[in-house]
Unconditional design. Structure first.
Length: 99
C-alpha cells in the first residue's frame, strides 16, 4: 500500500452520531460499513450509517492516522463546524487540526 493516497471521511449514522475513519477508497469503505458484515466498524454495526458527510484527501497513511486521531478528539460542535464549512486545515507534520 506504499504510495497510496489516504482520506479522512466522516459518516453520520441514522441516529445522528458521527463516525470518522480513514481509507484509500472512501466509497468502497462506506459500502463495507453499510453491509454490517465483519469488515464494518463495530460502532457502525450497532448504529447503521446514513451518509458520508465529509471527506478530505490527507496523503500518507501515517499522516491520515494522526489527523483521524486529532479529529476524533474534537468536541462534536467543532466536528459539525468542519462538516458545515466543508474544509479541514491541518499541520502536515503533526496532524494537528487548525480551527
Amino acid at each position: 500500500m506504499a504510495g497510496m493516497t489516504w482520506h479522512l471521511y466522516v459518516i453520520r449514522t441514522v441516529e445522528g452520531c458521527l463516525y470518522a475513519g480513514i481509507a484509500t477508497d472512501v466509497r468502497r469503505r462506506y459500502r463495507e460499513h453499510a453491509t454490517g458484515r465483519s469488515k464494518a466498524a463495530r460502532f457502525l454495526r450497532a448504529q447503521p450509517p446514513q451518509e458520508i458527510v465529509f471527506q478530505r484527501r490527507i496523503g500518507s497513511r501515517s499522516l491520515a492516522l494522526k489527523v483521524e486521531y486529532r479529529f476524533k478528539r474534537l468536541p462534536k460542535r467543532d466536528k459539525e463546524a468542519i462538516i458545515r464549512v466543508g474544509k479541514l486545515r491541518f499541520d502536515r507534520e503533526t496532524g494537528a487540526i487548525r480551527l
